[in-house]
Design a protein around this ligand. Sequence first.
Ligand code: SAH
Length: 256
Amino acid sequence: MGKVWFVGAGPGAPDLITVRGSQVLAQADAILYTGSLVAETALQWAPQGCEIADSKAMDLAQVTDWLLTRAERHATVVRLQTGDPTLYGVLAELARPLDAAGVDIGIVPGVSSAMAAAAAAGECLTLPEVTQTVIFTRFAGRTPMPPGESFAALARHGCTLCVFLSIERIAAVAETLQGAGWTADAPVVVVHKATWPGEEQVLRGSLSDIAARCQAAGIVRQAMILVSPALGARRRAGAATSKLYDAGFERRFRGK
Ligand code: SAH
């Protein structure tokens, strides 16, 4: 029995796959990718003769079956996904039958679109004394939110929110945030196709106008919504600074 690797391809730019991810791909005997362009770009690391298939038209049982049968024949089988494979994918569902069959599994993390969006916008997701917490979430769609995780309940924390899979509902996202205590002028950043060469778009607005801005820009898919009291911190004078670089703060490797 071979090993099945779940590899994160990163958010879009071909050089944002990890070194480990590209090395696992280079050793692969069989690769099943998610049909997205991001995963397709990462196939450049695949060796000649490697079996490559697109899972776009497969259901979960077919994907599992594909991975299982290849793991019976080959040493290295890869399931290639966009961003990080542990976020908003079907890793657990796919791993269960593989675990049951005694197939060894490895996971190679990827750069998530949340991180890529923050970098594209030049923003920090945490800021001393402003917010020290980041929530990765989504607006309820076909997938309902579990109890206690309604978007309104999460929004009430007032910390940073990275909102996946929700750009089609941007108006409802903005409205819910305002209902949860955020002001209409609170800044919002939407990043479309973060790090995709030549296609990345960064849109800045407030809760009151971001939906209209997205509509005007034609952004309806593949976008990350960042909402945070830390947005725009680089342009704010007099903000609190990190204790880490405070001259009076004893650091483990710096001494007094
Ligand atoms: N595992 C992926 C997320 C998959 S869910 C990750 O870690 O990034 C798909 C959602 O991710 C999209 O609806 C969008 O919200 C976001 N996304 C994926 N790639 C993106 C990109 N390049 N730019 C902006 N958002 C992206």
